[in-house]
Design a protein around this ligand. Sequence first.
Ligand code: HEC
Length: 154
Amino acid sequence: MAVFNSSIVLRFAQMGALAASVVFMGASAAQSRDEQIAERLKPVGEVCLAGQSCARGGAAPAAAAPVAAAASGEFDVAQAYQTSCNVCHASGMAGAPKLDDSAEWTKRLADKGLETLVANAISGINAMPPRGMCMTCSDDNIAALVEYISGNGQ
Ligand code: HEC
């Protein structure tokens, strides 16, 4: 009787140990799965952030193209105007001086000077948002855009 009882106790002890080791294995399996997923995602993020084709990761995010264009040093002022400034400066929205209103631009150039217009375009003025919301535009890019809009560079 005593032998029988102790063997049952031993059984429970073995089952306990087995259950504990199953839980432990489950936890470590879950952890390594997360690590594998992170490892699989990593190269995709690196490729896309570098502004390259992202071919291995599928479709390129929309932000990749402008970043790549800015990094390459080529700045298409007419294209950037269309993308960032035209929405307000074509229609005169919220009092924006229109692209073709040369009298208005001549007046602003005479009153403030090109440098102030550039500084105001960079920091924003009244309803004009900082950098015209072109977050990839450098200060030099904005200066080129202001010359383009004001007709100074033509
Ligand atoms: C959300 C509308 C909006 C966008 C987008 C926008 N502008 Fe403007 N901008 C304005 C308004 C409104 C004014 C007039 C501000 C004032 O004089 O009160 C203005 C004024 C200016 C001025 C004259 C500043 C001065 O001191 O007289 C310049 C230069 C200018 N914008 C450049 C740009 C450039 C470059 C871009 C694109 C990168 C751009 N803007 C995008 C609304 C906009």
